[in-house]
Design a binder for this molecule. Structure first.
Ligand SMILES: C[S@@+](CC[C@H](N)C(=O)[O-])C[C@H]1O[C@@H](n2cnc3c(N)ncnc32)[C@H](O)[C@@H]1O
Length: 264
């Protein structure tokens, strides 16, 4: 456990054994070739992609962002990868990057994030500036690894930094497993809440490999803990879940399910 109670994500972790990465990188067991597969869309908009843009066709054609904030229809329907595909304009697009309304997460985390100690939960993240509903906070970035490798790495791991994103293409579940244990950004320090103020939404920029992007679900005040709901599978109502293997949740919300969600 790191010994410093506060830091800003200036691309240095306090623990020398954690290496900074701004976005996902290929790790053991993942299909590295996927990182080179480009998103099919590219636009040539001259209006700042403010009304229509062919890059929005991968979703429902509606704008992704309004004044830099994720629109409600995407914020509340795309929770943990169940919604349509959110694609930003990328390097092959001919629109002007600095004026394009469809580029947000590619510019990096919001300024002013803090890492603080939250007692038994360990470190957590707050903001030194108020955040608005729909604001991009940061990515959950790390190594993308294969399933077998994830199973190996989970063994004996008390503090878990492996996040599985499940996306559904028709009947098929497509998994993206990100391990932020050793290679990560500030997203690795965000704790779970059963009544979260943020959500993880997959966003694609250039590559078909998703970025796990954390957006605020509501306005968040200075110093308020930033949280999202881990995973998309609750143990509620499920049979054969060994509660002894689940970790107690200390989120303290009225809606607390008592255990951290099980996600695989
Ligand atoms: C991705 S890390 C979050 C950062 C972590 N607190 C730290 O100090 O590095 C996930 C781990 O944080 C802890 N954690 C996160 N949310 C929690 C919660 N609501 N209740 C208890 N522990 C929590 C658990 O140990 C969990 O495995």
């Amino acid at each position: 456990m790191e010994s410093v109670s506060q830091l800003i994500d200036e691309y240095d972790h306090v623990n020398e054994f954690i290496f900074y990465t701004a976005t996902n990188i290929p790790g053991k067991g993942c299909d590295e070739t996927l990182f080179d597969v480009q998103i099919a869309s590219c636009c040539s908009c001259t209006d700042g992609c403010a009304t229509t843009c062919s890059c929005l066709d991968c979703g429902n054609g509606e704008l992704n962002y309004c004044n830099g904030l994720l629109v409600d229809s995407k914020l509340f329907s795309s929770s943990c990868g169940n919604g349509g595909c959110l694609v930003e304009c990328g390097s092959r697009c001919l629109c002007e990057a600095t004026k394009c309304e469809n580029r947000v997460v590619q510019f990096g985390p919001v300024a002013g994030l803090n890492i603080e100690s939250f007692a038994a939960k360990g470190f957590g993240v707050t903001s030194k500036k108020p955040l608005l509903k729909g604001q991009f906070v940061c990515e959950y970035a790390g190594e993308i690894i294969g399933e077998e490798e994830a199973t190996k790495r989970r063994i004996g791991d008390n503090t878990n930094y492996i996040f599985t994103l499940n996306e559904y293409v028709g009947d098929q579940r497509v998994k993206t497993i990100v391990d932020a244990t050793c290679i990560a950004n500030i997203g690795r320090y965000i704790n779970h809440s059963c009544d979260p103020n943020c959500v993880v939404i997959p966003v694609r920029v250039d590559s078909i490999v998703p970025r796990l992007c954390i957006f605020s679900l509501k306005d968040i005040g200075i110093g308020e803990e930033i949280t999202y709901k881990y995973g998309d599978i609750d143990h509620h109502g499920q049979e054969n879940v060994d509660l002894g293997k689940l970790k107690a949740c200390l989120c303290g919300s009225d809606k607390c399910a008592k255990y951290l969600p099980f996600n695989s």
